[in-house]
Write a protein that binds this ligand. Sequence first.
Ligand code: G3P
Length: 215
Amino acid sequence: MKFFLDTANVSEIKRINDLGLCDGVTTNPSLIKKEGRDFKEVVSEIASFVEGPISAEVTAYDYEGMIDQARDLAKWASNIVVKIPMTEDGLKAINTLSKEGIKTNCTLIFSASQGLMAMKAGASFISPFMGRIDDMGEDGAKLIRDLRDIIDIYGYDSEIIAASIRNIRNLEDAALAGAHIATIPGNLFEKLWTHPLTSQGIDRFIKDWESFENK
Ligand code: G3P
C-alpha cells in the first residue's frame, strides 16, 4: 500500500518523507489556502524533493477552464497529477487529458457509480472521501471495497486514493478494503505509529536498566 501526504505543509511532508513513508502528495484549494503561500511556489517546492505523484487541483469548473489550467499545471513538474472534480465537465476534461498523457486524479467521489465513470473516462487516480461519507452515516470502507472490486473485475488502470481520512480506523479500513493508496493528513501520521503501551514499555525498560546499572 502507498501513502500520500494530504497536505501542502512542506515541513510535514519532509518529516514523513525522511521516514520513508511518503509515496506522493495530494493538495486541494483548501489545503493551499491553509498554508497562505503562492500555489505554484508551494507545489514547486514539494516537487523539488518528492519523487512520487503530486496532485494539484484545478480551480475552474468549466471544461475549457479546467483544460487550460491542467495543461499549465502539468508543466510545473514532471510528477504533477491534475486533480479534477467529479462533474460532467470534469469527466470530459479527464478524457481529453488522458489522451494527451496528462495524469488525472478525479476527486470528490462519493459513490461507486461516480468512481466507475471516472475510471472509464481515463482517470489515473480516483479519490473517494471516506470521512465525509462516514459523516453522512454511510460506510466509507464499503465504497472502497466496491471500487476495488470494480477495478479487479474489469481491469481498469485507475488507482484508488482513500481520501478524507481523519483517524486510525479510517486508515486501517482503507488498507483492509484494498485501497491502493491512502492520503493522510500530516497531523494524523504520528498517531499511526504511536501506542500508549509502546511508550509505557519503553519507560519500563529505561527504569529497569537504570536501576540495574546503578547497582
Ligand atoms: O483528501 C481530501 C481531504 O483533504 C478532505 O478531507 O477531512 O476535509 O473531509 P476532509
